[in-house]
Design a protein around this ligand. Structure first.
Ligand SMILES: [Zn+2]
Length: 340
């Protein structure tokens, strides 16, 4: 862990040990031509009522993924200290410059926050955010939920998710939390293919022994109401599951269909540039060898389209949204039925 001994340069306006509701900003000092002594204000709300577990809920890690940003904003206004035991830490716009720009990456340094953990206290603004989260926020938590959606380029079936862990006890605890969340679908990510691995916030949680739940909720750079309702219920249920809310606050949901996302053969990538025609929809069951899509070249209309194929059986969880594609773009990924 580089620079682990260094203190983050970011300063929290809130006191994490104080009871009641506090709101303010994490100050990330950023000296620019327009603002010599200015700071980037990362909003934070801390709700605490005595001793008890701590939940850390984050969204806007990717700025173009909106359901989690809304759900945490609503929770910041509805959750009262007298309702809870312990502490809830809410950051709905974690990569603040990316969130206000509605972009996956920061417009300041073009860095993807969820690919630079554990961060760097002396690095670019996004690396400094990662370092603060890794060293100052995650260690406070018993449970972390970092809320993602498909963003501008992908659309997901609304899913909760967790990572496979070699630590059996942690895996079982996290799986129980995943089921309590109450999403209609969830997936266990077996490996880090395309998803950041130990460079994301879940990796930070792993390093600190903190239980981590994630989501992939619709996407496409928009807000899907059904996905928003699913995450609002899910956050409530996570709080009830770990004892921050009383158990009777749990909201019943149908059982979650859990699938596993395995290795590279679960993903379909564009073989060349062109216009992507999907041949299946989200939620379809497919088999290995089945055509997944065609890539057309309207600029050379007499040329036959390239075909891309699924390499594994499974449920279509995710698809690419923009029609224009280039070689290497992810077009689909699958999940396969998985037995706990
Ligand atoms: Zn994301």
């Amino acid at each position: 862990m580089p620079n682990a001994a260094r203190k983050s340069r970011l300063i929290a306006e809130v006191d994490f040990e104080k009871d009641g509701v506090q709101h303010g900003f994490i100050r990330l000092f950023h000296s620019t031509h327009a603002s010599a002594y200015g700071f980037i204000p990362i909003p934070i709300v801390v709700i605490r009522n005595g001793a008890g577990p701590t939940a850390l809920f984050t969204a806007g890690n990717h700025g173009d993924e909106y359901e989690g940003q809304i759900a945490i904003t609503k929770l910041a206004q509805s959750l009262k200290p007298e309702d809870i035991r312990g502490r809830v830490i809410l950051l709905p716009a974690l990569n603040f410059p990316a969130a206000v720009a509605g972009r996956r990456t920061s417009p300041i340094d073009d860095v993807n926050l969820n690919r630079v953990f554990p961060g760097d206290p002396n690095g670019s603004v996004t690396e400094q955010i990662a370092y603060f989260v890794e060293h100052e926020l995650v260690p406070l938590a018993d449970l972390s939920a970092d809320l993602h959606s498909g963003g501008s380029s992908l659309m997901y079936m609304p899913c909760a998710l967790m990572k496979r862990s070699a630590d059996t006890a942690m895996f079982e605890r996290t799986l129980a939390a995943l089921k309590a969340f109450g999403a209609s679908h969830a997936f266990v990510a077996a490996i880090a293919q395309g998803q950041g691995g130990d460079q994301n916030l879940t990796g930070a949680a792993d390093r600190h022994g903190v239980m981590a739940i994630g989501t992939e909720l619709a996407g496409g750079g928009t807000v899907t109401p059904a996905a928003l309702r699913m995450i609002e219920r899910g956050l409530n249920n996570l709080l009830a599951h770990i004892g921050i809310l009383p158990p009777e606050r749990h909201i019943a949901a149908p059982p979650t269909r859990i699938v596993e996302v395995g290795g590279p053969d679960y993903f379909v990538y564009a073989s060349e540039a062109g216009v992507f025609e999907p041949l299946v929809e989200l939620g379809d069951m497919v088999t290995a060898g089945q055509p997944a899509g065609l890539i057309h070249t309207p600029e050379t209309p007499w040329r036959a389209p390239a075909e891309v194929f699924f390499a594994h059986d499974g449920l279509v969880l995710c698809k690419r949204i923009p029609g224009r594609t280039v070689r290497g773009d992810c077009l689909f990924h699958l999940g396969s039925d998985w037995v706990a």
